[in-house]
Design a binder for this molecule. Structure first.
Ligand SMILES: [Zn+2]
Length: 256
C-alpha cells in the first residue's frame, strides 16, 4: 500500500464511479505492472538478477532524520509520510550505487532495470527490483557475484567506515530466522534451513532454482553480494533468476 497516494473517485463516460488505475493495490494497477514487466521480458529476455531493498530503521540515516525533525534519535515512525520520503531518498542512493559501482564492478554493466515499492500490511516499505546485466548468470557465478556463505579468514574483512567485520553484517542482515510469516505447515516456504552444497553454485532443473554453494554453517545464510551489503546495510535477498522464478514472482507480487 502506498502512503503517497490517496485514491480519487471520478465519473466515467457511462456515469459510473471509478477509481484511477494508478491506485496501488487495485487489480487494474497490478495488471499494468504485469503488462509493463511482460513487455520488458519480450524486449530484453529474462532478467538475470532479482533483489530486495528493505527499510532498516537502525541505519544512522533514519536517526539523523528523526533528530532533525523531532529532536530525538528514536522517533522515526512518528510521521509515516516523513519515513516514506526518507526511504525514497535512501533507496535512490542505494540504487544509484547498484546502477553504477555494483553493476560495473560485478555485472558487466546494466542493460535495463525495473523495481516496485511495496508497503505490506501497513509495515515498513521495501523494494523488489530486477536487473538485466551485461554479464550472463554463468559469468557471474564464475566470478562469485552472489554468495551464501559466512565470510571467514581473509574474506571476513574489517569495514573501516562501519567499524565492523563483514561477518557481523551477514549475521545481522542475511541470516534467515523463520517466523509465522514464512512457516507453512511447519516448513519454511523459502526452504530454510538450506542443504549443504559444496560444489559451485548451479541451476537445479529438478527444482527450477539455483542451489548456492553452502557449508555446514551456512544453512540459514540468505544470498548476498559483499559490496552491496556493505553499502545497503539491510537485508538484500539477492538472487540469480530463471524464467520459472520470475513467473512465480509475477504471480505472487504483481497480479491476479
Ligand atoms: Zn523461514
Amino acid at each position: 500500500m502506498s502512503m503517497f497516494f490517496r485514491p480519487k473517485r471520478s465519473v466515467d463516460s457511462r456515469g459510473k464511479s471509478c477509481v484511477a488505475s494508478h491506485c496501488p493495490e487495485l487489480p487494474r494497477y497490478k495488471k499494468q505492472l504485469y503488462l509493463k514487466f511482460r513487455t520488458f521480458m519480450e524486449a530484453h529476455g529474462t532478467p538475470t538478477l532479482f533483489g530486495t531493498f528493505t527499510c532498516n530503521l537502525a541505519k544512522s540515516f533514519y536517526s539523523e532524520v528523526s533528530r532533525v525533525y523531532f529532536g530525538d534519535d528514536n522517533q522515526p515512525l512518528k510521521d509515516p509520510v516523513l519515513i516514506a520520503i526518507a526511504f525514497q531518498r535512501d533507496f535512490q542512493d542505494f540504487f544509484h550505487f547498484v546502477k553504477t559501482t555494483f553493476a560495473n564492478r560485478h555485472c558487466g554493466g546494466l542493460r535495463e532495470y525495473l523495481y516496485v515499492v511495496e508497503f505490506q500490511s501497513r509495515g515498513l516499505p521495501h523494494v523488489h527490483y530486477c536487473l538485466w546485466t551485461g554479464h550472463t548468470i554463468d559469468q557471474m557465478i564464475e566470478s562469485e557475484t552472489i554468495v551464501a556463505t559466512l565470510p571467514q579468514g581473509h574474506d571476513d574483512v574489517l569495514l573501516p567506515e562501519l567499524g565492523e567485520r563483514l561477518s557481523t553484517l551477514v549475521h545481522r542482515h542475511q541470516t534467515h530466522q523463520c517466523g509465522a510469516y514464512c512457516l507453512k505447515e511447519e516448513r519454511c516456504r523459502f526452504g530454510y534451513p538450506q542443504r549443504v552444497h559444496v560444489a559451485q553454485t548451479a541451476f537445479d532443473p529438478a527444482t527450477n532454482r539455483f542451489v548456492y554453494q553452502r557449508g555446514e554453517d551456512d544453512s540459514r545464510i540468505n544470498p548476498y553480494n559483499a559490496d552491496m551489503l556493505r553499502y545497503a546495510q539491510c537485508n538484500l535477498d539477492l538472487q540469480y533468476t530463471c524464467i520459472s522464478g520470475v513467473t512465480a514472482m509475477l504471480e505472487d507480487e504483481c497480479i491476479l
